[in-house]
Design a protein around this ligand. Structure first.
Ligand code: 13P
Length: 252
């Protein structure tokens, strides 16, 4: 099966002009890769990317309101995203959880996205690791709350991204090892299997994210068990992004 590589541009680039330039470069650098590619751009650039032409890249958003419509100043609803042609949406990123997202809101976001036929990319991950392994229960709870009252048949339409918070961004304390990623990958499968069943677990892609780049991308997708990657900084460099896509498409 084709690996999934997601670029999360976060609050970048600084202008529409630069976003156009970056996206055109990304398009040039995906040639030759068979991986599934998704670019999650800031709301204000979604239509710009669409106009340039998505080709075989899936259009993704980085967030969505947990409310469906109405008096929500600054809010962007799932139906608005669907009307722009958005196919994927990141939910529960640790940067959004740190600002305001609650487990209940994340659950509502997923429900609204599914209703609008947008695939949620649910981010989970612990803030720190401890000897007692309480971080496993922390991640299990994030998944259980996110999936609350979502029918099994719909859960298979969700992508999960394991992003240990301590490994994300320029201030990361260190990068995760493929063993650490694999441990959590197996654990997440068990949690999802307890909620749903064995068959559904096989259909849910579990990605890894957190300082991944061309030097360790291959390891995360082989030794680390990840079905793909959620990339931050590496997605802002079209050449690096292209290299990672190539690595992903060469994995058997
Ligand atoms: P970095 O790859 O920049 O660490 O960001 C990871 C991330 O948060 C992707 O969602």
């Amino acid at each position: 099966m084709k690996k999934i590589i997601v670029g999360n541009w976060k609050m970048n680039p600084a202008s529409k002009k630069e976003a156009e330039k970056l996206f055109k470069e990304v398009k040039k650098n995906i040639v030759g890769s068979k991986a599934n590619i998704i670019v999650c751009a800031p709301f204000v650039y979604l239509e710009t990317l669409k106009k340039i032409g998505m080709g075989r890249i899936g259009l993704g958003s980085q967030n969505v309101s947990h409310l469906e419509s109405g008096a929500v100043t600054g809010g962007v609803s799932a139906s608005m995203l669907a009307s722009l042609g958005v196919k994927y949406c990141i939910v529960g990123h640790s940067e959004c959880r740190a600002l305001s997202d609650t487990d209940q809101q994340i659950n509502l976001k997923i429900k609204n996205l599914l209703k609008n036929k947008i695939t949620p990319i649910l981010c989970v991950g612990e803030r720190e690791r401890d000897e007692a392994h309480t971080y496993l229960q922390f991640v299990a709870n994030q998944i259980k709350y996110a999936f609350l009252d979502i029918p099994k048949s719909a859960i298979k339409n969700i992508i999960i991204a394991y992003e240990p918070v301590w490994a994300i961004g320029a201030s990361a304390t260190r990068t995760a090892t493929s063993e650490e990623a694999l441990e959590m990958n197996i654990f997440i499968k068990k949690v999802v299997s307890d909620i749903t069943d064995e068959k559904i677990v096989k259909e849910i892609p579990i990605l890894y994210g957190g300082s991944a780049d061309e030097s360790d991308a291959g390891n995360f997708m082989t030794l680390g068990g990840a079905f793909g990657l959620l990339l931050g900084r590496a997605s802002l460099d079209a050449k690096k992004f292209g290299k990672i896509l190539k690595i992903a498409s060469d994995i058997k």
